[in-house]
Design a protein around this ligand. Structure first.
Ligand SMILES: Nc1ncnc2c1ncn2[C@@H]1O[C@H](COP(=O)(O)OP(=O)(O)OP(=O)(O)O)[C@@H](O)[C@H]1O
Ligand SMILES: [Mg+2]
Length: 331
């Protein structure tokens, strides 16, 4: 399936999400025109630091919130993402797995009830519901003995397996995975990643995989988009973005991958390095990254760059990169 052409499994077109300000909150432009295509059977990785809009994008794609503007297509068919969205029909096509598995599990329902509930809502496997629940538990490599447990009797890793099984119960084509291992012990992260890869291969699913950690998405992604302050600043096939990053922010993210040598760590620390939480220095005009950019030039403070491509799918929004690669880049 990988690398095959054809209709994207999931497309977002110029998604914009503005949250109006309140008495104690400023207005937030969480997404400012995000477009992407997730190819069938592949994984599209989204990476960017805290607050750049990753979870907002996830919620819009699965219809939990309407966009301010923009549109979504699943399998080439437009999705009504507005207030009239048919949630049940949408849930059969796309499912979201959250960072905190316990947030998606009802503490009062045993595992088998949580899975059976989804089958019931969608009228699936009516005659063989127990058998299907057992299949779903097998799919996420949890023994049948887990069927009787309540969420509080599960470890974080076990709860995330149940949350994944619950997402699979609706038999969607696309899974949006919003930092699915970030809340888990380091020791079980690889297990969950391996499980996700195996499930994808078995079921031919398409994934949108969100992480703040470039080293996490590199192992699973076919395509990668780097987000900064509600915008995609660079995107392409994973080897294009990782092996020849064009945007200074992508380079800072790549450099921030932890290295064991403390001297190397120290040398790498500079003002452009990503922090755990964004320092939201948003300029009134020009490139949103310009206040932190080590390569900033006068034009960057005046005019916002747009995404330009090298013609082979690798796109970047940066005046300096566009000039350096000027011969190759075009709109
Ligand atoms: N319901 C909301 N109302 C107001 N502002 C919001 C709301 N949800 C998100 N935001 C704001 O939108 C921006 C993007 O938030 P979002 O949660 O999408 O970021 P994120 O990339 O998922 O961050 P993290 O890595 O911390 O999960 C942030 O500034 C956030 O404060
Ligand atoms: Mg988030």
């Amino acid at each position: 399936m990988r690398g095959s052409g054809g209709e994207p499994a999931l497309s977002a077109h110029e998604l914009v999400k503005h949250y109006p300000g309140g008495r104690n909150r400023p207005a937030v432009r969480a997404l400012r025109g995000v477009s992407l295509d997730v190819r069938a059977g592949e994984t599209y990785g989204i990476v960017g630091e805290s607050g750049c809009g990753k979870s907002t994008l996830a919620r819009l794609l699965v219809g939990l919130e309407p966009p301010t503007s923009g549109s979504v297509e699943i399998g080439g068919q437009p999705v009504d993402v507005g207030p009239k969205v048919d949630r049940r029909a949408l849930a059969r096509r796309i499912q979201l797995v959250f960072q905190d598995p316990f947030s998606s599990l009802d503490p009062r329902l045993r595992v088998e009830q949580a899975l059976a509930e989804v089958l019931q809502v969608h009228g699936l496997h009516v005659e063989r519901r127990d058998a299907r629940v057992a299949e779903l538990l097998d799919m996420v490599a949890l023994g049948r003995r887990f069927a009787d447990r309540y969420p509080h009797e599960l470890s974080g890793g076990q709860a995330q397996r149940v949350a994944i099984a619950r997402a699979l119960a609706a038999e969607p084509q696309v899974l949006v995975l919003d930092e699915p291992t970030s809340a888990l012990d380091v020791s079980v992260r690889a297990e969950i990643m391996n499980l996700l890869v195996r499930i994808q291969d078995e079921l031919g699913l398409s994934y949108l995989f969100i992480s703040h950690d470039l080293s996490m998405v590199r192992h699973i992604s076919d395509d990668i988009a780097v987000m900064y302050l509600g915008l995609v600043v660079e995107a392409g096939r994973f080897d294009q973005v990782l092996d020849s990053p064009l945007h200074p922010y992508t380079r800072a993210l790549a450099d921030a991958v932890p290295v064991p040598d403390p001297e190397v760590e120290e040398a790498r620390r500079d003002s452009s390095a990503p922090t755990a939480h964004s320092v939201f220095v948003e300029p009134a005009q020009g490139c949103p990254y310009s206040p932190r950019c080590p390569l900033v030039e006068p034009i960057c403070r005046e005019i916002a760059p747009v995404l330009l491509g090298t013609g082979d799918g690798h796109v970047v929004s940066c005046h300096v990169a566009s000039r350096d690669f000027g011969a190759k880049l075009s709109a």
